[in-house]
Design a protein around this ligand. Sequence first.
Ligand SMILES: CC(C)(COP(=O)(O)OP(=O)(O)OC[C@H]1O[C@@H](n2cnc3c(N)ncnc32)[C@H](O)[C@@H]1OP(=O)(O)O)[C@@H](O)C(=O)NCCC(=O)NCCS
Length: 176
Amino acid sequence: MSSIPTIETDRLTLRPFTPSDAPEIIRLAGERSIADTSEVPHPYTLVDALDWIDLHRGAFVRNEELQLAVVRRSDSLLVGSVSLQAVFTGHQAELGYWIGHPFWGNGYATEACRAVVAWGFDQFDLIRIHACHLTRNPASGRVLEKVGMRLEGVSPKHFLKWGIPEDISFWGILRE
Ligand SMILES: CC(C)(COP(=O)(O)OP(=O)(O)OC[C@H]1O[C@@H](n2cnc3c(N)ncnc32)[C@H](O)[C@@H]1OP(=O)(O)O)[C@@H](O)C(=O)NCCC(=O)NCCS
């Protein structure tokens, strides 16, 4: 596939990011509440956002990564981001996501993740998709549970966040 796809869900359009999204990305993803439970850099600058968007097409063409903007269709607002990163191409991919703080609790992460998981199984013949989150971030676990993933285990002190080793919960879903 040569161009990043657009995926429609009931309320959302998942589409490629463009440089014009950069100011809104830093406004939403630049909040500490996003960086606190994700790998989004903090502070997050306009240059960071533009450099990140610039990588998307090449990474997609190389089958390494799908990065999509999560846009609310009713008002075309950017509400977040969802990604699928190849771990072993054609076998396994990792799901990633963030939703801007003003939009939490509306089911947007669940709706976007569900669509991308279905797309990944459909397009890439994947055997397995997994995701992980800081164990102290149960909202993320709930999203994965609603998407149909199963908790596979907790790895104690697996990830260094703000210099502190934290537990990580691992979730996965198999094609069957
Ligand atoms: C985690 C995150 C993506 C959730 O986005 P969202 O759009 O609010 O998620 P949804 O509305 O689809 O679902 C959230 C679920 O978590 C639940 N939830 C929220 N806070 C919770 C908490 N403290 N404990 C348990 N469940 C919680 C909600 O009630 C909802 O479940 P429900 O539909 O059964 O009521 C969002 O908070 C976020 O982007 N956080 C910062 C970045 C991040 O952590 N990304 C994930 C990295 S692994």
